[in-house]
Design a protein around this ligand. Structure first.
Ligand code: URA
Length: 308
């Protein structure tokens, strides 16, 4: 039976040091501190690893410096820092966790900590906000908005370009031929569709399956960024050039940069070719397989620490 731990009392020096740090953070515009005992904190999805039981301090930026609705792309991609494989160290450090902490109320650090009242935005809330979207010129020709599908706590998130005819009919992403290939690729590396989250850069089918245009991407991508922020995947997989351009801001040809890991606001993102490209060029299936092996390797590595 676990022995209850007596609460630790902070010594005066530590207390003063901590107070100085808090003052410093407040000057930087970061406030709203609360003490959280990580033994009671909900684990992140898929992170079964035991956490140290010491209390941790979670900081939350003020509304002015925090973006809750990244309409202007608040999770703007950092300058691409490509690497052919993520290091164990980079897998362990996961700064995105800091960016997407739930809002914390402001209160005295030395009082008992109330539980945070609200968590991060849910996918349902984002879908509700999208509503019967008429924000761009794709609206009049679409049949269905294809918001996204899958595990809201997925470790892996696929981002495609936009719905095709089958997706437009069914309201679900990647259910046509490209989707079948995606499912098969997932199976080859032991992933189940139900475990991942899948969505697209634009949520409505471009007529004739043309590439989404800039104004359409601009209107829709804030919802994509919010989906990423809500799911908080460990790894994003950008399928094809439009996803790479939107998420990572990289305009280079996909066949040049595929297979590399980049950084999206602290989350690793792998660029690979779109399954539809492989359907048109069946000999290229091997490169998609190669990249899915990288996904497997990445997810197999030790999950990141939740500590800040
Ligand atoms: N292609 C995409 O990019 N997305 C889909 O959902 C289907 C095909």
């Amino acid at each position: 039976m676990p022995v209850p731990q007596a609460p630790k009392i902070m010594d005066e020096t530590t207390r003063k040091e901590l107070a100085a740090w808090l003052e410093f953070y407040q000057e930087l515009g970061i406030e709203g501190f609360f003490r959280r005992d990580s033994s009671t904190a909900a684990p992140l999805p898929g992170l079964a690893a035991a956490k140290p039981a010491s209390p941790e301090i979670v900081t939350q930026k003020t509304a002015a410096s925090r973006s809750t609705a990244p309409a202007s792309g608040a999770l703007a991609a950092r300058p691409p820092a490509a690497s052919s494989a993520p290091s164990a160290a980079s897998a362990a450090a996961h700064p995105s966790q800091q960016a997407i902490r739930p809002p914390a109320p402001t209160f005295n650090l030395f009082e008992a900590a109330p539980a945070p009242r609200s968590g991060p935005e849910t996918l349902e809330q984002i879908r509700e906000d999208l509503g019967d979207c008429q924000r761009c010129k794709l609206a009049p020709t679409r049949k269905t908005i294809v918001f996204g599908e899958g595990n809201p706590r997925a470790e892996l998130m696929f981002i495609g370009e936009g719905p095709g005819a089958d997706e437009d009919e069914q309201g679900l992403p990647f259910v046509g031929r490209a989707g079948k290939l995606l499912n098969r690729m997932m199976e080859t590396v032991g992933l189940k569709r139900a475990d991942v989250y899948i969505c697209n850069v634009v949520k409505c089918r471009p007529p004739g399956n043309r590439t989404p245009e800039k104004d359409e991407v601009d209107a829709c991508s804030p919802f994509l960024y919010r989906q990423i922020e809500s799911v908080k995947p460990r790894l994003i997989c950008c399928l094809g050039a439009p996803a790479v351009r939107t998420v990572l801001g990289i305009k280079e040809g996909i066949t040049k940069i595929r297979g590399r890991f980049y950084d999206f606001a602290g989350t690793k993102a792998l660029a690979t070719v779109h399954p539809a490209y492989v359907l048109r060029n069946p000999r290229e299936e091997k490169i998609l397989r190669e990249d899915f092996e990288k996904i497997r390797e990445y997810l197999k590595a030790a999950p990141p620490s939740q500590d800040l």
